[in-house]
Design a protein around this ligand. Structure first.
Ligand code: N01
Length: 556
């Protein structure tokens, strides 16, 4: 520990206002970042809006909320002890179990002492004179740090999307957003419920609400492909085998394309005889989960190849949903998986229930919310509860909710919205914002990978980087404009070589009015990405400016 670090620790904790690193968010990102830097001897403070750890899993308590990464891959892998001490109960973990897991991690690593809960960071401004980030909290306090790190994720309670539908303020029933769900149990029994939205959240909530509600009306704008999760309890033998294979599983996850063991198929869907292809898709459907997307190498890059799997999935909807008029409304037309793919439990089956009505908003758009319910151009639906499963202002939204300013008062929002869209170097930093790091932000694999793996990559890279800066007496690190220009161009080229950019989604920004469109995700694969960022670090942080002898005044 340096003299500087000791000085931080000498001060009573509640009086400390200057840290080596400040991190926003106590979800997967913030918890590991805190642990990593603290173990290296740096003083760190995490600020968290919620009253507990968990991040998105703290807030998204809607009925049916469950992760669609398999539990044995949806955890930290940096510590063999942690991995082996925790035991998941089912193939896909439900929200409450993930929250228990993150609480277990926080307790086990004794993280809470360095987290301030119920606290929001409102503004973070880089002070060039003192080479510090000055950070304003919602309680009026100002704190500072040399390094400012965001762990807000791509989807945040601060950036939920509640569409501006006329009349919501006059609605006499209760309404909720899936991403900011109340902590108390909502009893839908005997109630008339409306759900707007059929993304991951809606698809999970709809079957569960339908079982309780007197009547459920689903307001659907875009029909959705979804694959059965085939969730099931995990047996002990499987769990023990998984734990025994910890090292190999970790290696495979980190070297893979998507953050799960196993890579994409190496054959084209179009070279396969149709009857073989059908068997492959049937097997993937029966197995459940996202593996169907990886059955052939060209599903995400070739329209005709994608059509083979999209046709297969549409045939499943026709098979499951009995009423032809209803399955007609449920038929998706976009390229499968170009919106974030969705897993379900009894989603399409739910439309066979007598207490469920599907409203096609493409034919009859919403006109207004009335005191008694919701009116489309065709009818008024009386409702006691209205659930917005309408998603988020994703990727940039959570960052833009904070007034982040770099050199010369440049605002991150202005920089990235000024017609130029997002520009980052490696998805980790951005020019004009020294000593600022983003965990799983734009132009990194983030939401199109198994997110805990993407988080571990970033946390480890940032931790190593800060250690390097410290060891080499570097005062500031900042991405070079030309390096971020090249990285952003590369991300765009990779995205344009796929079908992702052909579909409107929250990934392209199309779900938010006036949001600049783009595709700010690196989709070259998580293993490939790690190689790139590690090589850059090995070359002494190529593409970054490192300032060793900056004259800085000490900040009192
Ligand atoms: O949100 P979404 P989400 N009028 O944006 C519709 C992660 N996640 O919360 O497609 C009517 O996907 C919108 O319609 P359209 C995961 O990364 C993970 O479901 O824009 N409808 C769409 O149907 C996921 O991708 C998990 O035409 C409107 C829906 O609302 C991300 O979170 C679980 C509308 C929004 O779907 C977001 O998922 C949950 C309007 N004005 C979430 N505005 C798991 O791991 C929007 N819609 C399982």
């Amino acid at each position: 520990m340096t003299a500087n670090q000791q000085q931080f620790y000498k001060i009573e904790k509640n009086q400390v206002t200057n840290f080596e690193a400040i991190v926003i968010g106590a979800g997967f990102s913030g918890l590991y970042m805190l642990n990593r830097l603290r173990e290296a001897g740096f003083s760190v403070r995490v600020y968290e809006k919620g009253n507990g750890v968990g991040g998105a899993w703290y807030w998204s308590r809607y009925p049916g909320a469950r992760c669609d990464s398999e539990s044995i891959y949806y955890n930290y892998t940096f510590s063999e002890e942690l991995y082996k001490e925790w035991t998941w109960s089912s193939r896909y973990p439900e929200q409450a179990e993930i929250l228990r897991y993150l609480n277990f991690v926080a307790d086990r690593l004794d993280l809470r002492q360095d987290i301030q809960f119920n606290t929001e960071i409102k503004a973070a401004h880089y002070d060039e004179t003192h080479n510090l980030w000055r950070i304003d909290l919602n309680d009026g306090t100002c704190v500072s740090a040399k390094y400012f790190i965001t762990g807000v994720g791509c989807l945040s309670v601060n950036a939920t999307n509640v569409p501006a539908i006329k009349g919501l303020d006059r609605f006499e029933g209760k309404w909720y957003h899936t991403g900011a769900w109340p902590h108390e149990k909502i009893d839908f029994k005997g109630k008339r419920v409306g759900v707007i939205g059929t993304g991951s959240s809606g698809v999970q909530a709809i079957p569960v609400i339908a079982q309780k509600a007197e009547h459920l009306t689903v307001f659907q704008r875009t029909p959705q492909y979804t694959i059965p999760a085939r969730n099931r309890p995990l047996d002990l033998e499987f769990i023990e085998k998984t734990k025994e294979n910890y090292s190999e599983i970790r290696r495979q996850m980190h070297e893979s394309f998507g953050g799960f063991p196993g890579n994409r198929g190496d054959r084209s869907a179009l070279e396969e005889p149709p009857e073989n292809r059908q068997s492959v898709y049937e097997a993937a459907w029966e197995a459940g989960g996202l593996a169907i997307r990886s059955t052939y190498k060209d599903i995400m890059t070739n329209e005709a190849a994608n059509n083979t799997v999209s046709d297969f999935l549409r045939s499943k909807i026709r098979e499951i949903v009995q009423d032809p008029e209803v399955h007609g409304k449920l038929m998706p037309t976009y390229f499968f998986a170009t919106k974030r793919p969705v897993l379900d439990t009894n989603y399409f089956e739910t439309y066979n229930r007598k207490n469920v009505t599907l409203v096609d908003l493409r034919k009859s758009p919403i006109e207004e919310i009335t005191p008694k319910g919701l009116r489309t151009t065709e009818a008024e639906y009386e409702l006691d509860f209205l659930v917005f499963a309408t998603g988020y202002d994703g990727v940039t939204g959570p960052l833009f909710k904070i007034d982040i300013r770099g050199k010369d008062g440049l605002s991150l929002k202005e920089k990235w919205e000024d017609g130029a869209l997002v520009k980052t170097y490696l998805g980790l930093s951005t020019a004009g914002f020294p000593n600022f790091f983003i965990i799983t932000g734009p132009e990194s694999p983030s939401v199109l990978s198994n997110v805990p793996v993407a988080i571990e990559q970033h946390v480890e890279w940032i931790g190593d980087c800060i250690q390097y800066l410290h060891d080499h007496g570097v005062e500031t690190i900042e991405a070079k404009a030309e390096a971020e220009e090249a990285w952003s161009k590369h991300c765009k080229e990779v995205a344009d070589s796929t079908l992702y950019t052909k579909t409107d989604s929250w990934l392209t920004g199309a779900n938010i009015a006036d949001k600049p469109r783009g595709f700010p995700i690196y989709i070259g694969g998580i293993g490939q990405y790690r190689q790139i960022i590690d090589e850059i670090a090995a070359k002494g942080y190529e593409g970054f400016s490192l300032v060793t002898h900056q004259k800085t005044k000490s900040y009192q």
